[in-house]
Design a protein. Structure first.
Length: 365
């Protein structure tokens, strides 16, 4: 077992004398999604990543989650009711219940609590924005708040680190949504404090990256054809997996350097290499699959052509889907926004583009 998890289990054991008084209350958090520049793709049991990753925390794409809870030490059992945007969702409630039952060793009180979770997203459903990252980080933060209320004491350690750990168990990329600006998750030689168990905020960020923009081209909305859990799983038998994990570590090290020096050209090279490598892994899995669409490729060509002609620092990245994230610095946003509207909008489904940017991380609501 990993070090931080052992520490959390010991802390939970110390709190083993469950508070005898029942308690009920409401907590709420708003938490953002994120887009990775170095991608996490492939994992070991209990959501330990095969390589380190780094991401931009978004600002407008957030999940708002409220949890009403009822803790009663006399009753045993966890129950969950879940509502998404006002509609009861039984399948999600079951998923949350499964997630919570996996946490009882770390949070004994969960086994005596009823939860009513209600959640909403500010971004359209199936838009290719990672909703699991914002949703799981918001839920993890709510759990940390409920724990503080039940025990009537503040968590003595780093609250966000614990929330990042819990969010990771729900969805790996969610571990990075706990911090503003940029976050790093996974052991890497480029960062001494890095851990496979939780994410940390990226400490040094050159001015060139502040306020970074992400315009998301919705090439195709709709449910993912291949889930990321299946994608991660297929990496186990991918013949290029070992090389990929090594290349990701190399990219982490290079990216950390360019983020300190402010080398936007170097940044774009690494970011685009990462996006194409992620999709190469999908194509070389068995069975192989292609998530990009003709218009994803057309957008990539147009972005590179525009960059070549103008010398502006515009680049792209992709998540596990067809949509293209156009990444550019705040300082050049005027010219680049014009190009996006005139040159890329036509490639999008119903002309849909979501303009987002670097955000400040979660807030209590
Ligand atoms: O957190 P998961 O299991 O949904 O995996 C996310 C994987 C990518 O979004 C493709 C990459 C990443 O690092 O966010």
């Amino acid at each position: 077992m990993k070090k931080f998890e052992e520490h959390l289990i010991k802390e939970a054991e110390k709190l083993n004398n469950l508070p005898s008084a029942g308690r009920e209350g409401n907590v709420g958090w708003e938490s953002p999604s994120n887009i990775a520049f170095v991608k996490y793709w492939g994992k070991y049991p209990r959501q330990i990543p095969a390589n380190a990753s780094i991401s931009l925390t978004l600002s407008k794409a957030v999940t708002r989650t409220r949890v009403a809870y009822q803790y009663d030490p006399q009753k045993t059992g966890t129950s969950v009711k879940f509502e998404f945007e006002g509609q009861r969702k039984g399948d999600f409630a079951n998923r949350i219940e499964k997630y919570l039952s996996g946490l009882t060793e770390l949070m004994h009180w969960i086994a005596h609590t009823e939860f009513f979770v209600s959640s909403e997203n500010t971004f359209p459903h199936s838009s290719g924005i990672a909703s699991s990252a914002s949703a799981m980080s918001a839920l993890a933060l709510c759990l940390c708040d409920i724990e503080q209320e039940i025990y009537q004491q503040e968590y003595p350690g780093d609250f966000f680190r614990k929330a990042s750990f819990l969010a990771r168990l729900g969805s790996g990329s969610a571990s990075r949504s706990l911090y503003g600006k940029m976050a790093e998750w996974g052991m890497t030689a480029s960062c001494k404090e890095s851990s496979d168990e939780f994410a940390i905020p990226v400490p040094e960020l050159h001015d060139a990256f502040k306020g970074m923009k992400d315009s998301i081209l919705i090439i195709e909305s709709g449910k993912k054809k291949v889930s990321s859990s299946l994608g991660h799983d297929l990496m186990k038998s991918n013949p290029y997996a070992k090389l990929r994990f090594e290349a990701a570590e190399e990219n982490m090290q290079q990216l950390c350097k360019v983020m300190q020096s402010g080398d936007l050209g170097g940044f774009i090279d690494i970011m685009e290499n990462e996006a194409l490598s992620l999709h190469a892994m999908m194509m070389t899995s068995s069975p192989g699959y292609v998530l990009m669409q003709p218009n994803s490729l057309e957008a990539i060509h147009r972005i590179r052509d525009f960059r070549g002609r103008t010398g502006l620092s515009i680049g792209f990245t992709l998540d596990a889907g067809a949509n293209v994230h156009v990444i550019y610095p705040e300082k050049q946003s005027e010219n680049i926004r014009q190009f996006i509207d005139n040159g890329l909008k036509v490639l999008c489904e119903h002309g849909t583009i979501i303009h987002d940017e670097m955000g400040n991380g979660p807030v209590r609501i």
